[in-house]
Design a protein around this ligand. Structure first.
Ligand code: NAD
Length: 478
C-alpha cells in the first residue's frame, strides 16, 4: 500500500511538502488504514491560488485544440489505469467492482469525451444587435468534492475547468481522496503549464473554507451536503463569486396505479441501494398506490433478499460497506429513528450483517407505511434505507413528491407514458426518469430548491465556467 502514502500537495506544476499534519484514509471494507494524505493548510491554499491566478492569462488564451488534447491524454491515461482506479475506489468507498468499473471509473472518462465533443464547436460568440456577446473563461476555479463518486466529481469539475480555459485548485474529500492524487499524477505526466491544475488535500473547515473565501478564486464548484453548501454560499457571498452547488436529495419514485409494479420495484430498489445507498439522486422515497402496498412490500422484500453483501472486489458481491465508520453510525441512527417513529420495518434493521469483512457494513433496510412527516421521509440518510409511502390519488402523490426541501431527482412509472410525462412535468426536481430511463452525461445535472444551484455536465454545465461580455461597437465601426 506504499503508493497510497502521499506526503505532498500539488502546486504550481510540482509536488511540495505541506506544513500541515496527516489525514489517515480507511478501507471501507476492513476499516484498516490504507493511506495517508497531507492535511493541507491555509498557506497551501494561498500558494495554490496564486499559482492558478498566475497561470490563468496564458491558459485562457491557449488554443482550444491544445486544451482538447490535454483532455484526450487525461482520458487515455485514466483508461490505462482503470483497474487500479477501480480497486482503489472500491476499497476506499466500498462500491462493488461490477458498479465501480462502469460508474466510478468509466463514466468519468466518458464525461471527458463528452466535453471534448461539445467544445469542438462550442458557441463562444454571438451577435445581438450592435453587441458581440463573448463567452470568456471565468478565471480561477475552486473544486471541492464529496466521497461517494470521488473520481466522477473531480473529473467532472476539473475537466470542465480545463477545457473552458479556467485554472483550478481541487480539494478532494478527505474520506476518499486517493483517486484525486492519481489524477494529479496523470496531469503532472501530461505536463500542463505550471499552476493550471493544483491539488490541496485537507479538511473542509480549513482548506475548503480558505478556498471559498479567497478573493482570487472566481468560482466555487462544490459537490457535497446541503449543510456544507449553505456555509459555502455564505462564505462565498463576501467576495461575490459564482457558486455552483450540487447538494443532497430525497428523491421520490412515483409508482402510478397502472404501472408495471414488478419492474418499477425492481428498478426502484436497484436505484435506491446502488453504492450502498450513497448516491445523491437515490430514489429513497417509494410512493405507492395504497391498494398496491402489500404487493409492493412483498416485491421489495424479495428484491432485498437477493443482495449479496461482502468484499467489493469479490465479483459475487452486489452490496459493499458504507464508506466510513461515521457514515455507518449515521445510517444506524436513522434506522433507530424510523423504528421509534413507528414506521413498519419490513426488511433489515439494526442487526449486524453476518459473514462480511470487518468494515462498515449495514443490512439493507426497508420501512413501509412511512408518513410524510417522519424524519426518515424528509431527511437524507445516504445509506441503504428505503421508505415506502402509500398515497390515494395521483394529485396526492405529486404533492408528496414535492413536499421536500430537496429537489434533485425522481422517477415516474405508468403504462401510459404521456401520463407519466405529465406527472414528471409537475415534479420540481432537476431530473425525472420515466419508466426506468437512465442517466445521460450530455443532459444538465443539478438540483432545484436546497439540492443546489447551477448545473453540471453537457453544454449547460460548461456554460457555468464562462463569464459573458457584451462588446458594443459604434455603428460606423461595425
Ligand atoms: P460534505 O458536505 O461533508 O463534504 C463534501 C466536501 O466539502 C468535502 O471535501 C469536505 O471536506 C468539504 N467541506 C465540508 N465543509 C466545508 C466548508 N465549510 N467549506 C468548504 N468545504 C467544506 O459531504 P460528504 O459527506 O462528503 O458527501 C455526502 C453529501 O454529498 C450528501 O449530502 C450527498 O447528497 C451529496 N452529494 C451530492 C451530489 C450532487 O451532485 N448533488 C453528488 C454526490 C454527493
Amino acid at each position: 500500500m506504499s503508493s497510497y502514502e502521499r506526503d505532498d500537495v500539488y502546486i504550481d506544476g510540482g509536488w511540495r511538502r505541506s506544513a500541515g499534519g496527516v489525514i489517515e484514509v480507511d478501507s471501507a471494507v476492513t476499516g484498516e488504514i490504507i493511506g495517508r494524505i497531507p492535511d493541507g493548510t491555509a498557506d497551501d491554499v494561498k500558494a495554490a491560488v496564486a499559482a492558478a491566478r498566475a497561470a490563468f492569462p496564458g491558459w485562457s488564451q491557449t488554443p482550444v485544440g491544445v486544451r482538447l488534447d490535454a483532455l484526450a491524454q487525461l482520458a487515455k491515461k485514466l483508461d490505462e489505469r482503470s483497474d487500479e482506479l477501480t480497486r482503489l475506489i472500491s476499497t476506499e468507498v466500498g462500491t462493488p467492482w461490477r458498479v465501480s468499473a462502469p460508474v466510478q471509473v468509466d463514466q468519468p472518462r466518458r464525461v471527458l469525451d463528452s466535453y471534448r465533443d461539445l467544445m469542438t464547436d462550442f458557441p463562444l460568440e454571438e451577435q445581438i444587435g450592435q453587441s458581440a456577446v463573448l463567452r470568456e473563461p471565468i478565471g480561477v476555479v475552486a473544486a471541492i468534492t464529496a466521497w461517494n463518486f470521488p473520481l466522477q466529481q473531480v473529473i467532472g469539475k476539473v475537466g470542465a475547468a480545463l477545457v473552458t480555459g479556467c485554472t483550478v485548485v481541487v480539494k478532494p474529500s478527505e474520506v476518499a481522496p486517493l483517486s484525486a492524487f492519481v489524477v494529479a499524477d496523470i496531469l503532472d505526466e501530461i505536463g500542463l503549464p505550471p499552476g493550471v491544475f493544483n491539488l490541496v488535500s485537507g479538511r473542509g473547515k480549513t482548506v475548503g473554507e480558505e478556498l471559498v473565501g479567497h478573493p482570487d478564486v472566481d468560482m466555487v464548484t462544490f459537490t457535497g451536503s446541503t449543510t456544507a453548501g449553505r456555509r459555502i454560499g455564505e462564505v462565498a457571498a463576501r467576495t461575490v463569486k459564482r457558486v455552483a452547488l450540487e447538494l443532497g436529495g430525497k428523491s421520490a419514485n412515483v409508482i402510478l396505479d397502472d404501472a408495471d409494479l414488478a419492474r418499477a420495484v425492481k428498478v426502484g430498489v436497484a436505484n435506491c441501494f446502488t453504492n450502498t445507498g450513497q448516491v445523491c439522486t437515490a430514489w429513497t422515497r417509494m410512493l405507492v398506490p395504497r391498494k398496491h402496498l402489500g404487493e409492493v412490500e412483498d416485491l421489495v422484500r424479495a428484491r432485498l433478499a437477493t443482495y449479496t453483501l461482502g468484499d467489493p472486489l469479490d465479483p459475487a458481491t452486489t452490496m459493499g460497506p458504507l464508506a466510513s465508520a461515521a457514515q455507518r453510525e449515521r445510517v444506524r441512527e436513522y434506522i433507530r429513528v424510523g423504528i421509534a417513529e413507528g414506521a413498519n420495518l419490513i426488511y433489515g434493521g439494526l442487526e449486524e450483517p453476518k459473514d462480511v469483512p470487518a468494515g462498515f457494513f449495514v443490512t439493507p433496510t426497508a420501512f413501509s407505511n412511512v408518513r410524510q412527516d417522519m424524519r426518515i421521509a424528509r431527511e437524507e440518510i445516504f445509506g441503504p434505507v428505503l421508505s415506502i409511502l402509500p398515497y390515494d390519488t395521483e394529485d396526492e402523490a405529486i404533492t408528496m413528491a414535492n413536499d421536500s426541501e430537496y429537489g434533485l431527482a425522481g422517477a415516474v412509472w405508468s403504462a401510459d407514458s404521456d401520463r407519466a410525462y405529465r406527472v414528471a412535468r409537475q415534479i420540481r426536481t432537476g431530473a425525472v426518469d420515466i419508466n426506468g430511463s437512465f442517466f445521460n452525461v450530455l443532459a444538465p445535472f443539478g438540483g432545484y430548491k436546497q439540492s443546489g444551484n447551477g448545473r453540471e455536465l453537457g453544454h449547460h454545465g460548461l456554460t457555468e465556467f464562462y463569464e459573458l461580455k457584451s462588446v458594443q461597437r459604434a455603428p460606423t465601426e461595425a
